[in-house]
Design a protein around this ligand. Structure first.
Ligand SMILES: *Cc1c(COP(=O)(O)O)cnc(C)c1O
Length: 234
C-alpha cells in the first residue's frame, strides 16, 4: 500500500508543479512517519524516500538509532526546550522553532557541540489559539534576533494551515506566508538563507505547492490513518 500511495503522492506533486509552472526539483516530499513503525519507514526507504518527519523527540531518537544513517530526519513537532539536547545533530532541519527562547536553547546546545543547526521559523499565519508559532507581525524581529546566533541558521519558514474541508480554503494562508518569505528574501539578512518554505500536508499539499512550498509534509497520504487514543494522537 505504501508504494502505491507514494506513487500517487509523487504524481500529484508533479501535476501541481506543472500547473504552477514550477520545476519539480524545487519540491521535496517529507514522509511524515510519526506513530508508524520502523518497518513502514523501511518500505518507503526502499522506494527511495530519504526525508522523514517526526513530531516527538523520543520517537525520533529511537528511529534514528534503529534506521539507516542516510535518512534525513525532520523535526516537525513542538519542541520543548529541555529536550533540545537530545536531538541536536540528529536532524537535517528543525521546522518548528516557535519561540525566541527555543532558538536560544538550540543556540546554546549547538554551541556546546560546535554544530550549526538549520532551522525554520514556525509561523501561525491564521493566528489559531490551538497552534504554536510566531505571528506574522512578530516574525521579522525574531528573524533579525536569531540571525545574530552563530550556531543557528535560519533556512526558511514553516506553517501548519488550519484544518479545513476544502484545501482551497487554505490558499490565502499559503499566499500570505509566501509573500512574507519573499519580503524576507529581498532583505538579504546576514546569516539567513531564506530558501525553504515548509507548507502543505495530506489535505492541502497541492495548493501549497501552487503557492510556492518547497517542502511538503505528508503523513496520512503515504502511511494511512493514524490512530487516536482519547485526545492524544499516538
Ligand atoms: C502530522 C503532521 C503532518 C502530516 O499530516 P497528514 O495530514 O497526516 O499528512 C504534517 N505536519 C505536521 C507538523 C504534523 O504534525
Amino acid at each position: 500500500m505504501i508504494l502505491e500511495n507514494l506513487e500517487e503522492v509523487n504524481k500529484r506533486i508533479l501535476c501541481a508543479c506543472e500547473k504552477a509552472g514550477r520545476d519539480p526539483k524545487e519540491v521535496t516530499l517529507i514522509a511524515v512517519s510519526k506513530t508508524k513503525p520502523a518497518s513502514m519507514i523501511e518500505e518507503a526507504y526502499g522506494a527511495g524516500v530519504r526525508d522523514f518527519g517526526e513530531n516527538k523527540v523520543q520517537e525520533l531518537c529511537e528511529k534514528y538509532k534503529e534506521l539507516p544513517q542516510d535518512i534525513k530526519w525532520h523535526m516537525i513537532g513542538h519542541l520543548q526546550r529541555n529536550k533540545v539536547k537530545q536531538i541536536i545533530g540528529k536532524t537535517v532541519l528543525i521546522h518548528s522553532v516557535d519561540s525566541l527562547r527555543l532558538a536560544e536553547q538550540i543556540e546554546e546546545e549547538a554551541g556546546k557541540q560546535d554544530l550549526i543547526i538549520d532551522i525554520l521559523l514556525e509561523i501561525n499565519v491564521a493566528e489559531e489559539d490551538s497552534k504554536f508559532g510566531f505571528k506574522l507581525e512578530e516574525a521579522e524581529s525574531a528573524i533579525l534576533k536569531i540571525a545574530t546566533f552563530p550556531h543557528v541558521r535560519i533556512k526558511g519558514l514553516m506553517t501548519i494551515a488550519p484544518f479545513v474541508e476544502k484545501s482551497e480554503e487554505n490558499r490565502s494562508v499559503f499566499k500570505k506566508l509566501r509573500q512574507f518569505y519573499v519580503d524576507m528574501q529581498s532583505k538579504n539578512i546576514d546569516n539567513v538563507n531564506m530558501s525553504l518554505l515548509s507548507m502543505g500536508m495530506t489535505g492541502d499539499y497541492e495548493v501549497a505547492i501552487e503557492e510556492g512550498a518547497t517542502l511538503v509534509r505528508v503523513g496520512t497520504g503515504i502511511f494511512g490513518t493514524r490512530y487516536k487514543i482519547g485526545e492524544n494522537e499516538v
